[in-house]
Design a protein around this ligand. Sequence first.
Ligand code: F6P
Length: 322
Amino acid sequence: MKTIAVLTSGGDAPGMNACIRAVVRTGTARGLRVIGFRRGFTGLMAGDQMPLDPRAVANIIQRGGTFLGTSRSPEFKKADGRRKAIEVLKASGVDGLIIIGGEGSFRGAQDLIEESGIRAVGIPGTIDNDLYGTDFSIGFDTAVNTALEAIDRIRDTAASHERLFLVEVMGHRTGFLALEVGLAGGAEAVIVPEAPTDLDQLCKTLGDSHRRGKSSSIVIVAEIDEPGVAFTIANRVKSNVGMESRVVILGHVQRGGPPTAKDRVLASRLGAAAAEALLEGKTGMMAGEVNNAVVLTPFPETWQKQKRLDLSRLALVGTLAG
Ligand code: F6P
């Protein structure tokens, strides 16, 4: 193996830069030439590349986003698009590809491997933390802390006005972000897709606690498919128990900002592990962290198996709501 390439794909996540740095510096330390493709699979298909040496990744460990750029690429989902990518990889002499991204990116990578025989290894980079095969994905811890900072501020105004706030967070059809943020932020309730929420019961609980003297409340709502589900819940609370509320959708704020120490360390470990995995001849795997150890999981398992949300934490939110 002489040349490896790296790209970031899908939604950006804080820590992606730290991960690119680790791939580049591990690869070059082991005598490899490393190149980067800009704008994810879109840039790969277009041959938009840059050489990456250790100096090219200086001073990026602390930066949010991804300096290579990223994209969601519908064209890469089609065989014609992937054919273009395979031609570029072969023409550039790439023996192995590292993809930092989420489920959609790994599905594309698996197709590429099957159609070309080019080796590819993935690294979980998504604030949603929804991938099987890793306890944490790069960006999750930063997004939790960013959302938490916002919630602490919302709490000030909620207490001052004696109001109920419904705060909607990202998560891409899962409640990992919502539950972590809700527990850390002392939320009164957390609504996640993994557990059915009895909205009538929630309205009753909120109404009862208001009558018991709780003057302000915060409920964390996981986005389901599209942003905006929190508005539906706000209307329901108003019609059921006559309580006014305010809705805050945190949105893409959660994706930005400098990565936390935890995300930088995770990104550094997984970036190095992915480069080593390619050198060892591995392919079609995601390098994740399970019980603090680096573990390689075959790509299909990352989307076929379901990562379980710890529902005992959801019960704990209820107990601690008081
Ligand atoms: O996958 C990460 C994520 O941030 C999801 O939580 C969210 O649903 C989605 O991306 C938003 O995507 P876009 O950047 O296309 O608006």
